[in-house]
Write a new protein. Sequence first.
Length: 463
Amino acid sequence: MPKPPRLIVVANRLPINRVGSGPSARWVESGGGLVTALVPMCRAQRGAWVGWTGAATSRGAAVRPFTHEGIGIRPVTLSEAEVDGFYHQMSNRTFWPLYHDAIRTPDFDHRWWRPYFEVNRRYARAAASVAGKGDLVWVHDYHLQLVPGMIRELRPDVKIGFFLHIPFPPEELFAWLPWREKILRGLLGADVVGFQTHASALNFVRAARQFAGAEGPEEQLEFEGRAVHVGSYPISIDTPWFEAQAAEAETVREAATIRRRIGGNRKLILCVDRLDYTKGIDTRLRAFELLLERGRFTARDCVLMQVAVPSREPVFEYAEMRTRIEQIVGRINGEYSEPGRVAVHYFRRSLARKELVAYYRAADIMVVTPLRDGMNLVAKEFVATRLDGSGVLVLSEFAGAARELRRALLVNPRDIEGVASAMEQALSMPRSDARQRMSILRMIVRRHDVAVWAESFLESLRR
Ligand code: ADP
Ligand code: G6P
């Protein structure tokens, strides 16, 4: 009997990061939505994962492949100059802002193209060396947009999928990119190109027609004599894991401790994000400030807890955002805190996944207000942990998740008055209304979990 095809994930980051060097080096869990979503799927399929070790390595130093919790790890190493040119600059100062509505002005520097190209080629070669005939090679995200085309040249005998975890911008913005045709040709090397939303898929189709000469209908483009299937596949979470974790006695105890510490009957407004300027952390804090200024609720009634994971710190725009957030937190606390009643708790750190679930359980309200976000898994994770159907989700219309989670309180994150009013509405929402909304939201994340997402993409790829 022929062997079933193997799944090979190719993503910038491995699910674990290498910390330290030499014999004292160890591996720790890495973060972000991409890793969270792909780990359960890759483990279930006993797949292989090609990705970066997470730290710069001296030239020529290779890290041997190994197996981690059922996943075959094939590490890619990057020099310090490559981490800068490929990751910090081209990926995170060109593509990231450009694809997020140019919230920050993207930089286009020709010196970054070479490292981007060369690192993409390294990933493509690594994937080509791991894949067997007929295997499914699934490439992820904006760091690796040239990889599908490169793999096709090296290994026309495998199936190639590409999934973009962040939005694909409208044609007018994409047109800014000096390397737009090269990027499109890279992506069109895949058999299936997937996006979080239909809007992103349409943007891509328009750009591919306009700048790369692709033809044909929306879902089945024709490019250089091949069919390229384009579709939207909204990503999700490992709902059963979050439900089980939320039900654990230890989580319940931990959540009760958090509630006791913030003080008796105060309502807990929780916010959890990577410390990124796309997440709208600053505008949401200003909305909370406005809420306190209006005076209907005080620091005796409620507390906002912002958990922010440090991210991409060497990039100027991230350091700037951190300073800004910390200033606003200081200002709000200076103005509105009372003895024993801090208005804003700010934690700049990563939490263990289990600890995070305890925070989700402890919260009354979750406020997720990105200015633009491919999906936003935090919103779905919160919903999945609300086993008793309580809790209110305030969600930005500009998160991909808002396409599905329609019964959240949807807000325009730039409308600070509107966000403040939604927070007030959440604070005063009758229990029965909250429960009704939450039960619908829960049904959605139960029906459409990460396994369903992966299977629907892979089914398109196998076709
Ligand atoms: P992004 O991928 O842009 O970071 P998402 O909301 O889609 O945004 O995914 C973030 C992931 O990181 C979620 O799975 C969430 O559980 C995790 N995460 C967010 N904040 C923390 C934190 N403080 N500690 C640990 N994990 C976190
Ligand atoms: C987003 C991106 C991922 C990335 C993650 C964390 O989810 O779509 O590709 O891995 O953020 O960012 P980092 O730069 O730390 O990998």
